[in-house]
Write a protein that binds this ligand. Structure first.
Ligand code: AMP
Length: 194
């Protein structure tokens, strides 16, 4: 894996564990020689991840829309920064540059971006690993909800298992390295022959 895209809060969150996890993931990626692709901001967990990866000698590529350059306070020390014209272009560019996708704790933006690449994965537009770094049980409710989607017939268990999850960066990255994409058709009705 050459680069992994990381989605995470533009806020720091209320617990030190979130910052510690962003730093730990940044370092772990750099130590494994894997570049970071992220939203290009210097604030919140986003900034902590970028600083940690850069300090550890890693490559960090930011992708940020013009409109957000000021608002999100673009990071000035990155290996490379792509200033794009729209959010859609940002998300596409981040996906194209990356060989896998990780969500750390974050808000609506983090989830929206992560869910988009998960959807693309489910439809077969890419076969790159997607995972959650579940710091302090932040994503437990979401994991439970994925299980509910399967129980209620809205998500295939094969697609459910595409969401790799761990509470440590090293273990999550080991799962990414061992990932084999499932070969499965998305449509539940067609699979059942209904
Ligand atoms: P948040 O998790 O809301 O703190 O946002 C994290 C990142 O997602 C930031 O870089 C935001 O620019 C981005 N973001 C915020 N809202 C959206 C959205 N509606 N769609 C895509 N990305 C967003």
């Amino acid at each position: 894996m050459k680069r992994i895209c990381v989605y995470l809060g533009s806020n720091p969150g209320n617990r030190p564990e979130y910052r510690q996890a962003a730093v730990a993931l940044g370092r772990e990626l750099a130590e494994r020689g894997i570049g970071v692709v992220y939203g290009g901001s210097s604030v919140g967990l986003m900034g902590r991840l970028a600083d940690a990866a850069l300090e550890a000698g890693g490559e960090v590529v930011g992708v940020i829309p013009e409109l957000l350059v000021q608002k999100e306070i673009a990071h000035e020390g990155l290996t490379d920064i792509h200033v794009v014209t729209s959010m859609h272009q940002r998300k596409k560019r981040m996906a194209d540059l990356s060989d896998g996708f990780i969500a750390l704790p974050g808000g609506i933006g983090t989830l929206e971006e992560f869910f988009e690449v998960l959807t693309w994965n489910q439809l077969g537009y890419h076969a790159k690993p997607c995972g959650l770094l579940d710091v302090n049980g932040y994503y437990k409710c979401m994991a439970d909800h994925f299980d509910r989607m399967v129980d209620e017939g809205f998500l295939m268990s094969e697609h459910r298992s595409m969401v790799l999850t761990s509470d440590t960066p090293a273990d999550l990255l080991d799962k990414f390295a061992a990932y084999e994409p499932p070969v499965v058709e998305k449509w539940i009705e067609r699979k059942k022959g209904l």
